[in-house]
Design a protein around this ligand. Structure first.
Ligand code: NAP
Length: 488
């Protein structure tokens, strides 16, 4: 991680005030940071609604990208995706453009913010992989009746996020990391995160490492959230678990986050632009302020970070000045009054609330070069051909078997949405217009050549519309594909 230092010796940060309540929250955070006297300078840039309205599809103008390339550290307000101005989210554009692979969401009980969990000492962090998984956004309509989304999980992506979670545990003096996956069902994709976690965990003998199935993780988070320290998980799981976790401690006004990459880090609240409160000076700026606290730690300003965090806790412990999400908007203090109260408490320590000691995080060393996983042995042992068809499984099976006669491949099975339908095994499967035909090498030996694959495809297309082909790989003797339900 490197920070841009200005000629006057200050750390330069890109600030994006954002939309809706964004500018108010960011203003509070900047006032607090400035009040600590920490040597930082802001470069204010635009993104979001105003940019979409100027007709820029990405919502992020080149000046903003240029600034981030230079400063590498961003404090941002929420960005709205206005309906009718292109489909892209400016947030997603920023995260992807700078490969901020780790989404970090601390969740902790706040003093005097009553919730059903008050007094249980919730203090956990959800570390969500932020780039891959279903959020790679690779979707196709395969047949008129069936669409697919590709769940892309890479070994490199898993390693980065797992190491990040363990390093974060060390930096924050935490003792446990849970890895939450759905590896019992998605053995190859979610399983890759589990396997990577289990391989890397022994490098961190000081941290207790436990795998947990993600649905149980959600259940345990509601039942006994205090058992968790750090939860590392894939993108989609993390999206859901982190929102669930935020709700345990008083909601979005208190939920900060960081998006951390190899070179760039973006700090922002979890909440959005809450347009109905925009400009009213009533919202809770704590989530953005705590995101700024995370940013200060990231740039090595630990003392200023602790000063602000302590002052927030003191203000909440005093309970004299509070925002509408805590006491109701008809009788709340203004955002400005709340910020003033925190500024007045800078330098004080909370009496009941525990504030952690933080150390600099050792970010995983990641090469920009493509990382190739090189197996000892590999071969292509067959292929899945996805076919559009509006008859019965029996009709398709017979037709395809006939077409495959004399080729290097034989039809092993046909599945409908993951369940075997041919040869029939008596499952009561609803049928649609999308069929997965699995072919394997007739003699089981050698490797399927592309010419053999093309030959079969050409034969199939003489009678049926095929939509998608997937080669079946065997890697180091292990099948690189799953079987459909009922397939032997
Ligand atoms: P939202 O802006 O997060 O607001 C939802 C509700 O959460 C608000 O109505 C309010 O609840 C509460 N809330 C949020 N922030 C608060 C704060 N600082 N203080 C007090 N209460 C707060 O979600 P949304 O209405 O679904 O989204 C609005 C826009 O924001 C959308 O365009 C969305 O795309 C965008 N968005 C951006 C980001 C981002 O930039 N990272 C994230 C999420 C959404 P009550 O109504 O109960 O008072």
């Amino acid at each position: 991680m490197s920070v841009h230092i200005t000629p006057s010796g200050k750390k330069l940060i890109t600030v994006i005030p954002g939309d809706g309540i964004g500018p108010e929250c960011i203003h509070s955070a900047l006032r607090l940071i400035e009040a600590t006297g920490v040597p930082v300078e802001w470069e204010v840039r635009e993104a979001g609604a105003s940019v979409f309205k100027k007709g820029l599809e990405s919502g992020v103008p080149p000046e903003t990208i240029e600034s981030i390339r230079k400063t590498r550290v961003v404090l941002k307000g929420p960005l709205e995706t206005p309906v009718g101005y292109g489909e892209k989210s400016a947030n997603v554009t920023l995260r992807k453009l700078f490969e901020t692979y780790a989404n970090v969401r601390p969740v902790r009980e706040m003093p005097n913010v009553p919730t059903p969990y008050s007094g249980r000492g919730i203090d956990l962090v959800v570390v969500r992989e932020n780039v891959e998984d279903l959020y790679a956004g690779i979707e196709h309509v395969q047949t008129p009746g069936v669409a697919q989304a590709l769940k892309i999980i890479s070994r490199k992506g898993c390693e980065k996020i797992v190491r990040f979670a363990f390093e974060l545990a060390r930096a924050e003096g935490r003792k446990k990391v849970h890895c939450a996956t759905k590896s019992n069902i998605m053995k190859l994709t979610e399983g890759m995160l589990k396997r990577t976690f289990e391989e890397i965990a022994p490098e961190y003998p000081d941290i207790e490492a436990t795998h947990i199935i993600v649905d149980n993780c959600a259940h345990q988070l509601v039942k006994r959230p205090e058992q968790f320290d750090i939860i590392v998980t894939t993108n989609m799981n993390g999206d859901i678990l982190s929102d669930l976790s935020s709700a345990l401690v008083g909601g979005l006004g208190f939920a900060p986050s960081a998006n951390i990459g190899n070179e760039v880090a973006i700090f922002e609240a979890v909440h959005g632009s809450a347009p109905k409160y925009a400009g009213k000076n009533v919202i809770n700026p704590t989530a953005v302020i705590l995101s700024a606290v995370m940013m200060l730690r990231y740039i090595g300003e630990f003392e200023a970070a602790a000063t602000i965090e302590n002052a927030i806790m003191v203000t909440l412990e005093e309970g004299k000045v509070r925002t509408g999400d805590v006491v109701g908007y008809d009788r709340c203090n203004s955002t400005t009054e709340y910020t003033d109260a925190i500024i007045a408490n800078l330098g004080k320590k909370p009496s009941q609330t525990f504030v952690r000691e933080y150390r600099p995080i050792q970010l995983p060393q990641v090469t920009r070069e493509p990382v190739m996983v090189r197996p000892q042995k590999r071969r292509v042992v067959g292929m899945d051909v996805f076919v559009e068809f509006d008859g019965t499984a029996e009709q398709l099976g017979k037709s395809i078997e006939q077409l495959a006669e004399g080729t290097a491949l034989r039809l092993k099975a046909i599945a409908s949405r993951g369940t075997l339908v041919y040869p029939a095994v008596g499952f009561m499967t609803d049928l649609v217009d999308h069929w997965a035909c699995r072919f394997v090498l007739r003699d089981g030996e050698g490797e399927l050549s592309d010419a053999q694959a093309m030959d079969l495809l050409q034969r199939i297309s003489s009678r049926h519309r095929w939509t998608h082909v997937e080669k079946l790989h065997e890697i180091d003797g292990q099948p690189g594909f799953t079987k459909s339900q009922g397939e032997d």
